[in-house]
Write a new protein. Structure first.
Length: 84
């Protein structure tokens, strides 16, 4: 990951960035709900939930479980694609 992106992510995950994460998470979820419009898509829902999970403890376990499931299946898919 480029150093600039890494610094931005560390800053965004810090305790003082709550005022950025929560509105951004809500906006991304709202954009995901409006995914039928151009430029907005369903990809915004999980990103918004991941941002909110930093500040809402109830969301942490389900989001972590979902990300683990997705990563595991992507690795399986990549293995099948390379084996073909």
């Amino acid at each position: 990951m480029p150093a600039r992106v890494e610094r931005s992510l560390k800053r965004l995950r810090g305790k003082h960035a709550v005022w950025v994460r929560v509105p951004a998470g809500v906006a991304l979820i709202g954009g995901g709900v409006l995914s039928f419009l151009p430029l907005l898509g369903i990809w915004m829902l999980p990103l918004g939930l991941a941002l909110l999970a930093q500040d809402i403890p109830v969301l942490r376990w389900p989001i972590a479980h979902l990300l683990h499931f997705i990563n595991r299946n992507v690795e399986k898919w990549k293995g099948k694609k390379q084996g073909s």
